[in-house]
Design a protein around this ligand. Structure first.
Ligand code: F0G
Length: 469
């Protein structure tokens, strides 16, 4: 007999208490944080779905591995264990540790980009975009058209539009495209996977034009699990085999080990290009550290080496993907519009569809964040016009993002089903009261990456104040 219930495939050995707060307390706390959940102290959050990055629980084996950490400045054993694991799973020759994903991105892009270049991706994550733009190059998103239709169900909504890639190369020429990137899974596009077929086709275009293909590998194991589940010809392959094949079509990768590395910090940059690796190493030494530790402690490298193997476990991945889908299914049953189908690490609520009465200039996504926090102490993140929009410095006009999403990201191995059931109950309550939720105005911001620090006030409050005056 195979039972239907998929349990958390772990027992809990250490617990962290959650401080409970009241609605009245949360109203005060959120106001003090300028209606920006990034500015809330974490102790005042009941369920923290801000990110799945660095927030996972380490396993007993990872904690044990910390004790093996070799803290030698050069040539530490921990580096070899880390680099050998990365080589074995990903197949790249050169492995440069970095303190997190964005450090790897900065080193890569500041080495290969020049002003006027264009770097295409299915969809750039915000740090990737910012690091490319910091070099004077353009970060271009070319997802398949379905990626921009939240309710459209497609098994591989993370795919890149290959025709758009060819057209871009045709238009700007290969000299202006230093590399092509694929983000697996496509975080900013809804946590959606990229198919093996798409990786192959993108790789074929890149190889035909002599362009390197890089993978943003943050959530590679989740992406490979989706390939195993959804793409013909892979059901019999292990996730490790699928990963090995997928990366064989690429020339390098950046990775934040804070996601599918199951670690709290760390990342790496990998490449097969000997000359480039030398240049990158010089920058690494300048800003991160000697190439055998790259800004990390030996024990961090150990935790990543163990985490990268654990994340390939099928029982873990089945539980992970099923539990994310569980949240998505219940939201859908309530009537909450989400990006379909549910992605690997998060559920993305379509705030523009949920709150059609809030104009985009009053940030429906940010308004939903505020409501989720006040109602249930849940912290999520806006992936919409606060994150990707911009205020024109001359005219003061807002440029909006293509979608107004709210992401509820699920930390790995942290919350149980009852925590998720609580999130569903809070969302049902918010949904029932959706017509009374009001928008927010930005009262302070600083570019780039304004979403981290911007402060807001309720749009209603301003009207009332204006009336009182
Ligand atoms: N690429 C992707 C696809 C990411 O999701 C992230 C981080 C990064 C790169 C940068 O990695 O944080 O280690 O520097 N995403 C986190 C998130 C922050 O919440 O989605 P980092």
């Amino acid at each position: 007999m195979t039972y239907r219930t998929i349990i958390e495939p772990f027992r809990i050995k250490t617990v962290e208490p959650i401080k409970m707060t009241t609605r009245a307390q949360r109203e005060r706390l959120l106001e003090a944080a300028g209606y920006n959940p990034f500015l809330l102290p974490a102790r005042d959050v009941i369920i923290d779905l801000l990110t799945d990055s660095g927030t996972g629980a380490m396993s007993a084996e990872q904690w044990a591995a910390l004790m093996r950490g070799d803290e030698s400045y050069a040539g530490a054993q921990s580096y070899y264990r880390f680099a050998d694991t990365v080589r074995e799973i990903f197949g790249f020759t050169h492995v440069l540790p970095a303190h997190q994903g964005r450090a790897a991105e900065r080193i890569l892009f500041s080495t290969v980009c020049k002003p006027g270049d264009v770097v295409p991706n299915n969809t750039h994550f915000d740090t990737t975009r910012a690091n490319i733009e910091a070099t004077g190059a353009e970060a271009l998103d070319i997802p398949i058209p379905q990626a921009l239709e939240p309710s459209t169900v497609h098994p591989f909504k993370g795919d890149m539009d290959v025709a758009a890639l060819e057209a871009l190369i045709e238009r700007v020429g290969t000299e202006r495209v230093p590399l092509v990137m694929l983000t697996i899974t496509n975080n900013s596009g809804g946590g959606q996977p990229v198919s093996m077929e798409n990786v192959k086709r993108v790789s074929a275009v890149c190889r035909a034009h002599g362009l390197p293909l890089y993978i943003d590998a943050c959530r590679f194991a989740e992406n490979c699990w989706f390939i195993r589940e959804r793409e013909a010809g892979h059901a019999e392959h292990s996730v490790a085999q699928i990963a090995r094949e997928l990366f064989s079509y690429a020339d390098g990768a950046t990775m934040s080990a804070k996601k599918d590395g199951l670690a709290n910090i760390g990342g790496f940059l990998a490449t097969n290009d000997d000359a480039l690796a030398k240049q990158e190493e010089r920058l690494l030494i300048l800003t991160e550290g000697f190439p055998t530790y790259g800004g990390l402690a030996g024990r961090d490298l150990e935790a990543i080496a163990v985490g990268l193997r654990e994340v390939l476990d099928h029982d873990y991945l089945r539980y992970r993907i099923v539990s994310t889908a569980y949240l998505g299914r219940h939201f859908t049953e309530i009537g909450v519009p989400i990006v379909q189908p549910p992605g690997g690490h998060a559920i993305y609520v379509d705030a523009a569809a949920l709150l059609p009465h809030i104009p985009r200039s009053q940030f429906p996504g940010q308004a939903l964040l505020a409501e989720l926090y006040v109602a249930g102490g849940i912290r999520a993140v806006e992936i919409g016009s606060v994150m990707f929009g911009k205020t024109d410095e001359q005219t003061g006009e807002e440029r909006f993002a293509p979608m107004e999403l709210v992401r509820l990201a699920i930390p790995r191995r942290v919350y149980t089903q009852s925590h998720i059931d609580y999130v569903i109950e809070v969302m049902a309550d918010v949904y029932a009261r959706r017509d009374s939720i009001h928008g927010l105005n930005i009262v302070w911001q600083s570019q780039p990456l304004r979403h981290f620090t911007a402060r807001f006030e309720p749009a209603r409050a301003r009207t009332h104040a204006a009336v009182r005056r």
